[in-house]
Structures are given as C-alpha cells and as structure tokens.
Design a protein around this ligand. Structure first.
Ligand code: ATP
Length: 198
C-alpha cells in the first residue's frame, strides 16, 4: 500500500510555495510520492478568468521535471465540467484501492473547506495535511464544528511561511516586474516563451 499526497490547485502559475508545501508534507508524513492535480474548471474560481489548462499543466510538469517524488495527475483535466475534490477522490479511491490518499492544502483553503462541495466525503476518503499560509490562521476547531469528520483525520505540516500567491505573481508579471526565484526557472522560461500573464 502506498501513501500518496495530493495537492489540488489552479496552479496559475505553479510557484515555490506549492513545491515547498508538497516537499514538507512528503517528508513529515512519510508519503511515497506527491501528485499535483491541476483543476479544470476550479469551482470557486469559475467567475474568474483562468489560464488555459494546457499551459497550467505544462508549467506544473516543468516545475517537477526530474523529481521522481513529485508527479502530475491530469484526472481533473480529463473530466469535463467543474472540478470537485470529492469527485476526484471518489474516482481515485475506486480505481486505486492499493493507495491511501492524503490531501495537502494551505490553511486558507482549509478555512474554506466547509463551503466546498461535499466536505464530509472529502475527509471520509482522504486524510488532510495543512500548512500555515501567511494571512490566514489555523483554526481547525472551527472547521471541525462544520465538518465533524475532520477530527482525527488531519495533520499539521511545518513549513517555512511563504507569502507567495499565484494572483500576486500574475500581477507582478503583467506589470513587468521580476518574479525570478518565486517560480522555478523552467516555469519562468515557459511563461516568457508563451507570453502568458503579460
Ligand atoms: P491564487 O492566488 O490564484 O488563489 P494560489 O497561490 O492560492 O492561487 P492555488 O493553485 O489556488 O494557488 O493553491 C493550491 C493549494 O496550494 C491551496 O491549497 C493553497 O492553500 C496552497 N498554497 C498556495 N500557495 C501557498 C503558500 N504560499 N503557502 C502555503 N500554501 C499555499
């Protein structure tokens, strides 16, 4: 049986906050590997304009190239419509009964969990691993009040605080400012070559 970490996100673009989140969770929770799961139509961002999935997936692949413990899972890109984590976990646990899944997320996302589609299904099918993100507190007890199944199903992961967000990166790139070292070099090259975010 493998213990597999999942990092769901829009990755518009992927940045070192995502990579550090994955690596710290991998090590501290003894995960065999991590899968980045880019969302197709992210349910909570449906109104926003999201970069074409093929670019977001290409940036994830560029970011993790050559790191065997970091992988990409295109399951949500292969599915039409909204990307609900509960549906993704249903599919993964059904098709891969030999794997146990740990869903890794930032504290801002955990705070929002009660508003997600079928949060009780999510915590029933995966353990959660939470990393503190600057600008949000980690009030797990409040979340547990809304999603009781979360109790005893979550882990705190220690990681350096990273005040990096995809939204800020898009703004900086559009303004012509440097985001070097905030995204992996190969991702920067891709952004430059394709000309996205300008
Ligand atoms: P946006 O700014 O557009 O909301 P984002 O930077 O939050 O994007 P997502 O792809 O939405 O990136 O995030 C995927 C997951 O990674 C979420 O669980 C989020 O909480 C977590 N995450 C993103 N950035 C960080 C960070 N700097 N520190 C800790 N967790 C993070």
């Amino acid at each position: 049986m493998a213990r597999v970490g999942l990092v769901g996100g829009t990755f518009d673009p992927v940045h070192i906050g995502h990579l550090i989140l994955a690596e710290c969770a991998r090590e501290q929770l003894h995960l065999d590997w991590i899968e980045f799961v880019p969302a197709n139509t992210p349910p909570h961002k449906a109104e926003d304009r999201v970069t074409d999935a093929k670019h977001r997936a290409a940036m994830v692949l560029a970011a993790i190239a050559g790191v065997p413990e970091l992988r990409m899972n295109a399951i949500e890109l292969e599915r039409n419509g909204r990307s609900y984590t509960s549906d993704t976990l249903r599919m993964l646990t059904t098709t891969r009964p030999q794997d146990a899944f740990v869903f890794i997320l930032g504290s801002d996302s955990l705070e929002d969990l009660p508003n997600w589609h079928e949060p009780d299904v999510i915590v029933g099918l995966a353990e959660l691993a939470v990393v503190i993100r600057p600008g949000s507190s980690l009030d797990v007890q409040t979340v547990i009040r809304h999603v009781p199944g979360l109790a005893n199903r979550w882990h705190r992961v220690q990681a350096p605080l990273m005040a990096i967000s995809s939204t800020d990166l898009r703004t900086e790139i559009a303004a012509g400012r440097s985001v070097r070292f905030q995204v992996p070099e190969a991702v920067l090259t891709y952004i430059d070559e394709v000309g996205i975010y300008r």
